[in-house]
Design a protein around this ligand. Structure first.
Ligand code: ADP
Length: 430
């Protein structure tokens, strides 16, 4: 009998389902774009997307799915009644309304905790706490928790990736005392390791979508961690650099490190830690000066083995957190040579220098030394940049094996219950 595993990614502009087999080979890959013209609430759009993705998986595969895991965007949250019905539309990952109550969060959370941001899950819950609707609330859930609930029917369960920005203590695997004494505490979900089987799909869901009655639904994760799991990085010292609009570094480490001022924190991955930071430099600056076609053409004319003498700090506006923490830092983009190829060489080299500095910073704080970097995001395909980065990082730089978060969630569904993700052994389920 063949076994299949389903990962579903809820991203910013759409959702995707990927089914893998026991060898982690992709057997189905389905995309669902969220409509931008609809006035429907997000919760309705996501529910439709979830059911539509399930329906589109070929029946022969769907009937043999053993386990499902879902990832959502980090800090996208819902307030629900006792039956799991959302009382209000979801608050999205980047919604900054929590600024109104940030002082109240500051009054109770330890200094420089990841919850001390206007977009943290906890700030969003504090915002709801002051609204009349709160009196009917029974559960506070993340997007991934609620979508999984639609399949397995159990309320009040989350994972320790989604729960980090809620204030869950991932080192001691409990809610800290400063949270447990608050009136919002009864609404908080129980937190389990990502990939833990919660329950089988409900009989209604099994019947409606022709799923196995014993198909397991597991706890999920966040989109960026799912993308890390998909990359192939699985040893301490291996890292994933995301070369998207911004530059995001993630280094797998034996040690937990934290420097909230610089936006550095660690997610738990079983017995290991996923340390990381995000810089404001990155592809958005490249896109400001070059089309994707020009980036490709000019990059081919650069000899990446030779250093550029141009030293920039490529930013679109003032302010940086990582690897340099300075809200007043100004972009440095001159001198600008006449030849666009030389200018691009300077930009690629400067971003790579910041990438190297970022990994040095993580290591200086105690993270496991870097030995291999996987690349993800729009800049990962740039071979010239890879050569430049390899020269500056002084370790091997390769492309991620797979860049889809849904693939990472499928690995979580496959391996979570056995403590194994692909060849990784870092997701323990104890
Ligand atoms: P996002 O973070 O917005 O999801 P993507 O991962 O889609 O970003 O990557 C888009 C970025 O990739 C753009 O900012 C663009 O400048 C950059 N990019 C596209 N093609 C190249 C290329 N050949 N070399 C370097 N960067 C590129």
């Amino acid at each position: 009998m063949v076994s299949f595993y389903l990962g579903i990614d809820f991203g910013t502009s759409g959702a995707r389902a990927i089914v893998i087999d026991a060898d982690s080979t992709i057997r189905a890959n389905i995309n669902y774009a969220f409509s931008s013209s609809t006035s429907q609430p997000w919760v309705r759009i996501w529910q439709d997307a979830l059911y539509s993705l399930l329906e589109q998986i070929p029946l022969a595969i769907r009937q043999e799915i053993e386990a499902i895991a879902i990832n959502g965007t980090s800090a996208t949250v819902l307030l629900c009644d006792e039956k799991g019905n959302p009382l209000d539309d979801a608050i999205l990952y980047n919604d900054g309304r929590g600024i109104e109550v940030l002082n109240k969060v500051k009054a109770i959370a330890p200094a420089e905790h990841p919850v001390l941001s206007a977009t943290s899950s906890l700030a969003k819950l504090f915002w709801w706490y002051e609204k009349p609707i709160y009196s009917q609330a029974k559960y506070f859930l993340h997007q991934a928790d609620w979508l999984a609930f639609l399949l397995h029917g159990n309320l009040g369960i989350s994972d320790y990736h989604n729960a980090l920005k809620l204030g869950y203590d991932v080192q001691n695997l409990c809610y800290p005392q400063w949270l447990t004494q608050l009136p919002i505490y009864p609404l908080l979900p129980e937190v389990l390791p990502p990939g833990t089987p919660i329950n089988s799909v409900t009989p209604e869901i099994a019947h409606r979508f022709n799923l196995r009655k014993d198909c397991r639904v597991c706890t999920g994760t966040t989109d960026s961690i799912a993308a890390f799991l998909a990359s192939g990085a699985n040893q301490p010292g291996e890292a994933v650099t995301s070369l998207g609009s911004t530059l995001v570094l993630k280094l797998l480490s034996h040690t937990h490190i934290e420097d909230a001022k610089s936006g550095i924190y660690s997610h738990r991955l079983g017995n290991l830690w996923l340390t990381g930071g995000a810089s404001n430099t990155g592809g958005a600056v490249l896109r400001h000066f070059f089309s994707d076609e020009a980036l490709d053409r000019f990059s081919r004319q650069i000899d990446g083995t030779k250093p550029s003498v141009l030293e920039y700090y490529p930013l679109l506006k003032k302010g940086e957190r990582f690897p340099v923490n300075d809200p007043e830092l100004l972009p440095k983009l001159d001198p600008r040579p006449d030849d666009p190829v030389d200018f691009l060489h300077g930009l690629l080299e400067s971003i790579a220098r910041l990438e190297a500095l970022g990994y040095q910073r993580l290591q200086a704080l105690g993270a496991t030394p870097l030995f291999k970097v996987y690349s993800a995001g729009g800049g990962a395909k740039n071979e010239t940049w890879r050569v430049i980065r390899e020269r500056l990082l002084k370790v091997r730089v390769v492309c991620s094996l797979n860049r889809e978060a849904a693939y990472g969630s499928a690995l979580l569904a496959k391996g979570g219950s056995f403590g194994i993700v692909g060849k990784n052994v870092y997701i323990d389920t104890k």
